[in-house]
Design a protein around this ligand. Structure first.
Ligand SMILES: C[C@@]1(CC(=O)O)c2cc3[nH]c(cc4nc(cc5[nH]c(cc(n2)[C@H]1CCC(=O)O)[C@@](C)(CC(=O)O)[C@@H]5CCC(=O)O)C(CC(=O)O)=C4CCC(=O)O)c(CCC(=O)O)c3CC(=O)O
Ligand SMILES: NC(=O)C1=CN([C@@H]2O[C@H](COP(=O)(O)OP(=O)(O)OC[C@H]3O[C@@H](n4cnc5c(N)ncnc54)[C@H](O)[C@@H]3O)[C@@H](O)[C@H]2O)C=CC1
Length: 223
């Protein structure tokens, strides 16, 4: 089993995104990008647009739409491209031209021509988790997102903010700062008795959850 994907978290403030294709998938990907940054710089080029997509972007000056067929000049100045047309031959041509222009490409239903995959995203304020199954089962990525959305407390942001304050106010050198932060977060690491017990119970719960999920999948498959 080989998994060579390298997860990164892109800064979107200054990046320019392009979507080619304004149908169902174009709409889905636009919603996905807007969920991460409502002010994202996005251009959508499409021969025709789904009405819902036009309505979604109507009042957003940061999103530009061009009703026309793709041309290589559309790539000018773009950083990331999501291809979502219904023409896989055209998609391959767009991908090749984008790569020549140094642009990284995602193609919704053609993993073979993707330079990167989109993940299933848990958003809890400053905390962000992205799941990938290396393209093998996107639905499982979505299920994991739903599960962790439920189990991670909404107020995790308070802990992150508190730790950030400790971090910023620390007057010591790098080593003493890391030592201090290690101390205050030791309860999470399993180095204390309480944490190891908690960890054990979490393992048992996780094993049950996975077992339950597998049983449910088997039940569906067989029945
Ligand atoms: C390779 C990848 C490329 C990419 O799109 O980036 C890809 C490819 C394909 N998806 C397909 C199907 C489905 N995709 C979803 C959902 C999502 N797909 C996403 C990502 C990815 N999908 C990348 C790999 C991610 C990874 O590594 O796990 C998510 C996580 C993120 C996002 O899209 O934003 C998003 C969840 C969003 C959320 O969290 O809600 C569902 C379920 C649903 O819609 O509920 C189904 C149906 C069930 C199923 O098949 O599992 C098909 C077959 C199409 C066909 O059969 O025709 C292909 C093509 C193929 O595999 O050949
Ligand atoms: N809709 C879905 O849930 C899924 C769709 N797919 C696949 O993803 C692809 C896209 O799906 P949809 O968004 O549903 O299709 P769609 O037909 O709704 O949208 C495709 C859009 O691309 C535009 N387009 C086509 N050629 C173009 C070009 N040369 N330049 C600019 N725009 C162009 C069309 O005008 C149209 O608006 C299809 O290949 C489909 O088979 C795969 C999995 C699920």
């Amino acid at each position: 089993m080989k998994n060579t994907l390298f997860p990164v978290f892109l800064k979107t403030e200054n990046a320019k995104f392009l979507i080619i294709g304004g149908g169902n998938i174009g709409l889905e990907k636009t919603e996905t990008l807007l969920r991460q940054n409502p002010d994202i710089h996005l251009t959508i080029v499409s021969v025709s647009f789904k009405e819902e997509l036009l309505q979604l972007v109507a009042d957003k000056p940061n999103i530009k739409t061009f009703q026309k067929a793709y041309e290589v000049s559309d790539l000018s100045g773009m950083d990331y491209l999501v291809i979502a047309t219904n023409n896989s031959e055209e998609n391959r041509k767009i991908k090749a031209e984008a790569n020549v222009a140094g642009i990284k490409v995602n193609a919704a239903d053609q993993p073979a021509i993707c330079d990167f995959y989109l993940g299933s995203i848990v958003n809890k304020g400053y905390l962000k988790i992205a799941f990938s199954t290396n393209g093998k089962s996107p639905v499982l990525a979505r299920r994991l997102k739903e599960y962790f959305n439920e189990v991670i407390p909404e107020n995790i942001d308070e802990s992150i903010t508190n730790l950030n304050e400790i971090r910023n106010q620390h007057k010591g050198d790098f080593v003493s700062k890391v030592n201090h932060l290690n101390e205050v977060t030791a309860v999470l690491s399993g180095k204390t008795g309480i944490a190891s017990k908690k960890k054990e119970s979490i393992k048992v719960i996780a094993a049950f959850a996975v077992g339950f999920l597998l049983a449910a999948i088997l039940f569906k498959l067989l029945g």
